[in-house]
Design a protein around this ligand. Sequence first.
Ligand SMILES: [Zn+2]
Ligand SMILES: [Zn+2]
Length: 247
Amino acid sequence: MKKLILLFVFILGVVLSCSKSDPSPASSTTNTTLPDVFKNKFSSAVTVYVDGDFIVLKSTAIPNHKSPYFSKTDSRYEAYNGTNANFVINPNSIISQSLTFKIPLNPKESIAKTATSLGPMGISLNGVPLFNQYAGPNQPLAGEINSFDQYNGHPQQTGQYHYHVEPLYITATSSKSSLIGYLLDGFPVYGPTENGKTLTSTDLDTYHGHTASTEDYPNGIYHYHITADSPYINGGKFFGTSGTVTQ
Ligand SMILES: [Zn+2]
Ligand SMILES: [Zn+2]
């Protein structure tokens, strides 16, 4: 009998401790302060919400356009039909990812600028991550350019599709001067033209941006521009304080 009582107490204890460790439902997340640009410009495949001082963006990194990097039996497969005569397909295929970006809701210039790292440094409007100008540690991008598909993206070893340069599907379906996405520091990235002029890196500061008004920020904001010349999207360091990405 004593043993039975002890067993009962033990089971009760397990049940109580389990119920205590259950995660509490929906915390303090609110959607009320999500800026309109985040509500309206991202593809429906990207989940976007505000969490405290951050905007959270969740993406599978699957492009909303065709690619030779989908399986040949997939309806999204399209053989290479771009303009690079030296195109060589890499051995990787597009695989769904689980990326969570947390970027500052109110981006600010950081005093000590931090370097971008390999892997996602930002997210484009269709959820495909933006990578920096390197193929690997101290490796220039040059060796990888020939594996960019007709929309300027390619998958890396784990199947994560990404852009290092102008995402041609996005600029073709919006415009060359439109919003492209955001870097981890919360500052927006625009296409290569502004007020009818095609920009180059020499028009921009060392981080590859400048402060001016844009369609989405009429009062002016610091923003990056994509250019056809290296370093393409960012100069190697974030202008603002970087948020985080988990994968
Ligand atoms: Zn790459
Ligand atoms: Zn600009």
